[in-house]
Design a protein around this ligand. Sequence first.
Ligand SMILES: *Cc1c(COP(=O)(O)O)cnc(C)c1O
Length: 368
Amino acid sequence: MSQQFGPEYVRAIAPYQAGKPIAEVAREFGLDEANIVKLASNENPFGVPASSQQAMAAAVADLGRYPDANGFDLKAALAKRYEVPADWITLGNGSNDILEIAAHAFVQKGQAVVYSQYSFAVYALATQGVGARAIVVPAREYGHDLDAMAAAIDADTRLVFIANPNNPTGTFIPAAQIEAFLNKVPANVVVVLDEAYNEFLAPEHQFESAQWARKYPNLLVSRTFSKAYGLAGLRVGFAVAQPALTDLMNRIRQPFNVNSLAQAAAIAALNDKPFLEQGAKNNAAGYAQFVEAFDELGLQYVPSFGNFVLVKVGDDDGAGARINLALLKQGVIVRPVGNYGLPQWLRISIGLPAENAIFIAALKKALA
Ligand SMILES: *Cc1c(COP(=O)(O)O)cnc(C)c1O
C-alpha cells in the first residue's frame, strides 16, 4: 500500500462539488459560452452592482498594500446597519470562511456538531475538517426539525449549524421557532445561524436576528455578500456575535482574509438599496415563473424562500443526473443534488426572466 498522508478524518472528506463553470461546460459539450445559461450557484443574475464596481476601481491604486486587517470601514458600515458594536463583527472570506472559522474556534477533535439532513454541504466539511463527530438530524419536510435537533445535542456537542433559509431545499424557519430553539440550547453550545439568503425574504418574514446576539451569548449570526449583493467572486461574509465569541473567531481567522477590493465593494453594496430591491423584485417574479412551469409539468417542488428552487425531476435515483445531463447538452447549468442525498431532485437558481425561460424550455425537452 502506498504511503497515506494526513489524519483519517481528513482523508474521509468528500470534496465540495461546486456548480460547473460556464467555460468548462462550453468545452465539454462543444457549446458557445455566450449561449450558456448558468443557474447553478445561487449567484445574483444582475452581477456586481455598479456602485461596487466604482468603489473597486478607486481601491485599485492601493492594492500594493495589505488590506486593513481589521476591516475598520466595512465593520463600521455593518455596525451601523445592524446596530451592533463593531467589535461584535467578524469578517470572513465569504461566509464559508465564517463557518470554517467557527468550527476551528469552538470545536475540538472528538467533540460533536449538530446539523440537519439536507442542509448546507459546508457544515459537514467544517465538522470533518476539525475531526469532530457529525450529528446529522433527519429533516422534516425537507427543512430543519428544530425539536429533534435540540434533542440531539449531547454532552460532546459544542456547535449547531442552522441555515435559514436553507440551501439546497429553500425552507424557512419562522423567528418564534428559532427563538424557542435558542432558549433550549445549553449555554456552552454555539449556534451558528447561517442567513445567506436573508435579503430575499419578504418583509413579513424578516426579523432582527443580529439583535438576538444581545440576548443569546452563544449565538453567531452569519451573512454573506455573495448572494443578494452580487459579490460571490470577491468572497466577503461576516458574523455578528458577542465579543466572547468574536474574540475567538478573530484569533482563528487569517489576518488578511478579506481583501481590499472586497472590503470596498461590500461597503458600496451594503448601501446600494436600489440594487437589493431590484434583485428581490426579480427573484419574486422568477420564482412565480418557475412555480407556474413546475405546476404545468406536474413536478413536485419545495416552496422556497431563497433565490433557488428544489424540484423533483423523476421518481428513480438516476433522474437528477439524467435530466441534468440533458440540460447541460442544451447549455443550461443547474445543480444536481445527489451529493445531498436528493438524487431525484435538481436545484435551480432564479435568473433573469429570459434565462428562466430558457431553462424551462430546456427542462420540457429534457423531460420529454
Ligand atoms: C451560498 C451559501 C453560503 C455562503 O457562501 P459564501 O459565498 O461563502 O458567502 C453560506 N451558507 C449557505 C447556506 C449558502 O447557500
